[in-house]
Design a protein. Structure first.
Length: 202
């Protein structure tokens, strides 16, 4: 049995999307059985990203649209949103992909409280029908990357230019509107710790 190594948290501040995506791919490609899992906490400048299930779109607000290799549809990233990238060796931890998705969703639910919930057939976390966290991962050779984006205290206007996660008219919300105190950095730290707890008990 392979011992699971410690989890490293990296706090990357504000980071451009494409270099971060390339760094995740490189980390996943080059890691081996002894490489520690990593959680990357960061915020992105304004950007739309297209999951593998998303059709190409055009937006008129000048925000770039970038194709990603994660699952899911289109979403928006911007300042005030916590992005937690989960570079986790699922095979080493004997965690199935669906169980990992549920673990990430549950971490957000535990952070927000009982008003937060899943939505059947639509990965992510919702409060009263409004999406507060988007989720998309990719798994290569049993190793996951990408992760979860949690709206904390941000300008939600750019979501109105798209069908968030492929759902026309889907409302979005953020933790500030839900009465959850804490800056994006503080909320991100709490979310990372909940994910670590979930992995420790998976």
């Amino acid at each position: 049995m392979t011992l699971v190594t410690d989890i490293v948290i990296k706090r990357l501040g504000r980071a451009e999307y494409l270099p971060t995506l390339e760094a995740m791919r490189r980390f996943t490609r080059e890691r081996d059985d002894s490489t520690a899992d990593e959680l990357w906490l960061l915020q992105h400048p304004p950007v739309y990203t297209l999951g593998q299930g998303a059709a190409a779109v055009e937006v008129a607000n000048g925000i770039p649209v970038i194709a990603a290799d994660r699952g899911g549809e289109i979403t928006y990233h911007g300042p005030g949103q916590v992005v937690l990238y989960t570079l986790v060796d699922l095979a080493r931890r004997s965690i199935k992909v669906k169980a990992f998705v549920r673990l990430l969703e549950q971490s957000v639910i535990d952070l927000i409280g009982s008003k937060a919930a899943r939505r059947p057939g639509a990965p992510g976390v919702y409060v009263d029908g409004a999406k507060v966290a988007a989720l998309g991962i990719r798994v290569s050779r049993g190793r996951a990357y990408h992760g979860v984006a949690l709206n904390v205290d941000m300008d939600l206007t750019p979501f109105s230019a798209i069908d968030p996660c492929g759902y026309p008219g889907l409302p979005v919300t953020q933790t500030r509107a839900l009465g959850l105190a804490g800056s994006p950095a503080e909320i991100g730290e709490r979310l990372a710790q909940l994910v670590i707890q979930g992995l420790d008990h998976a």
